[in-house]
Write a protein that binds this ligand. Structure first.
Ligand code: NDP
Ligand code: 2IT
Length: 446
């Protein structure tokens, strides 16, 4: 490791003990930025890197709620307001038993760069709770969401901080959260994104992250004169991002052969088609069942406790969670002929796995660039809310597609090496940094 990075990371680790995912996210960015900052000393003098790694505000609160048996349950709620240099804090809420301060700080930190890359005026934030929605009734989820919002409402607002969905938070939860906010504030505003289409939501927002990650893969492939048509694609996860990545890959002529959840994955060598995808959507969004059922229904293989990366593919799209591709899996993917990785999830590859992809010089699109279509379309939802005018599906999809092409261009601008190789990690980190850093300098020492 570069000694300058090592020194910087020693301070980060000492100040944020035990927050491993946060250390990982900061280290990956510092490796790109420290050489860039040395060449651009104005950022060094203003201590931008040190400032950008410290949240502007961290809110931690108690979330008590009553379960269906009338018993009191207590969870912990968080909102990390990371950076507001270029717009209101913006980023999702995650409900998962693994949620802790370090995980949300890594997500909020990534969000700052991602939101800047979208070209829209959004700062970075993230929040959530260690509440586990699995196995809970709709009423329990509602009571939790109402209690969570009963504290969160005083910290957010359409011009202050605009949360959205992430793992465990989809349309149902956004509805409960929005209802409680509206009741407490007596205001109908665009304080959350991912809202229902009848009450201020944007068309294409549910599809946007998966579609965007697929558009980003298309852009990367085009730099090598290649396209998605005919490619075999391994996708992990079976939630929001995975479902719509699968839909767009199929539409563009690719063959998706895997789908997964936290218990295992299914391998369908004939490919998931539109009808099978509908089954997954109903299974996951309505019945809230396990992916194993797909294997039983279609008579394909189910690999319990395994991840899809052992299957030979041309393109890998991790769409489940952080650190879901380790070094061995990355090596196996490359060995099996994988030429492109487009990350739908946030930080799915470990630092070692990223190293494998970069050394092999395959097309590697990191999450903060490849999955930025979700938050970009949240930005478009905010615009429509401000105008009080909705756009059509086609309009929003076209804007999303243009934004993904522009993010790709930014990565090419800041990430192309003398050899011609495009390092999308450097491209996304530096490309996302510049606008935020310049805004921070312009706004003084705040
Ligand atoms: P969902 O809750 O809709 O789906 C999550 C999927 O990932 C499920 O299949 C889930 O399986 C699986 N998963 C979750 N945690 C784990 C785990 N620890 N190990 C293995 N599998 C796991 O979430 P999203 O699709 O919204 O989010 C997926 C990823 O995409 C996350 O990294 C998120 O941060 C990122 N992202 C989401 C955006 C959005 O707009 N929603 C935007 C940009 C990025 P199971 O059901 O078994 O838990
Ligand atoms: O990680 C992400 O970018 C999201 N979960 C979406 C955030 C948003 O505000 O739409």
């Amino acid at each position: 490791m570069d000694p300058r990075v090592q020194q910087f990371m020693a301070t980060i680790k000492a100040k944020n003990p035990g927050e491993n995912e946060f250390h990982q996210a900061v280290q990956e960015v510092a490796e790109s930025l420290i050489p860039f900052i040395e060449e651009n000393p104005k950022y060094k003098h203003a201590k931008i890197l040190e400032r950008i790694a410290e949240p502007e505000r961290t809110i931690i609160f108690r979330v008590p709620w009553l379960d269906d048996k009338g018993e009191v349950q207590i969870n912990r709620g968080f909102r990390i307001e990371m950076n507001s240099a270029i717009g209101p804090y913006k980023g999702g809420l995650r409900l998962h038993p693994t949620v802790n301060l370090g995980i949300l700080k890594f997500l909020a930190f990534e969000q700052v760069f991602k939101n800047s890359l979208t070209t829209l005026p959004m700062g970075g934030g993230k929040g959530g709770s260690d509440f586990d929605p699995k196995g809970k009734s709709d009423n329990e989820v509602m009571r939790f969401c109402q209690s969570f919002m009963s504290e969160l409402f005083r910290h957010i607002g359409a011009d202050t901080d605009v949360p959205a969905g992430d793992i465990g938070v989809g349309g149902r939860e956004i509805g409960f959260l929005f209802g409680q906010y509206k009741r407490l504030k007596n205001e109908f505003t665009g304080v959350l994104t991912g809202k229902g289409i009848e009450w201020g939501g944007s068309l294409i927002r549910p599809e946007a992250t998966g579609y965007g990650a697929t558009y980003f893969a298309q852009e990367m492939l085009s730099t090598r004169g290649d396209k998605l048509k005919g490619k075999v694609v391994c996708i992990s996860g079976s939630g929001n991002v995975a479902q719509y990545a699968t839909e767009k890959v199929i539409e563009l002529g690719g063959k998706v052969v895997t789908s997964s959840d936290s218990n295992g994955f299914i391998y369908d060598p004939k490919g998931i088609d539109a009808e099978k995808l509908n089954f997954i959507m109903e299974l996951k969004n309505v019945r809230r069942g396990r992916i194993k059922e797909y294997a039983e229904k279609y008579g394909v293989e189910y690999l319990e406790g395994e991840r899809p990366w052992i299957i030979k593919c041309d393109i890998a799209m991790p769409c489940a969670t952080q650190n879901e591709i380790n070094e061995e899996e990355a090596k196996l993917l490359v060995k099996n002929g994988c030429i492109c990785v487009s990350e739908g999830s946030n930080m799915p590859s470990t630092i070692e796995a990223v190293g494998v992809f970069l050394n092999a010089q395959i097309l590697y699109g990191p999450g903060k660039a490849a999955n930025a279509g979700g938050v970009a379309t949240s930005g478009l939802e905010m615009t429509q809310n401000s105008m009080r005018l909705p756009w059509s599906r086609e309009e929003v999809d076209e804007k999303l597609h243009t934004i993904m092409k522009n993010i790709h261009k930014t990565c090419v601008k800041y990430g192309t090496k003398d050899s011609g190789f495009i390092n999308y990690v450097d491209g996304a980190n530096i490309g996302g940094f510049v606008k935020v850093a310049n805004a921070m300098i312009a706004q003084g020492v705040v």
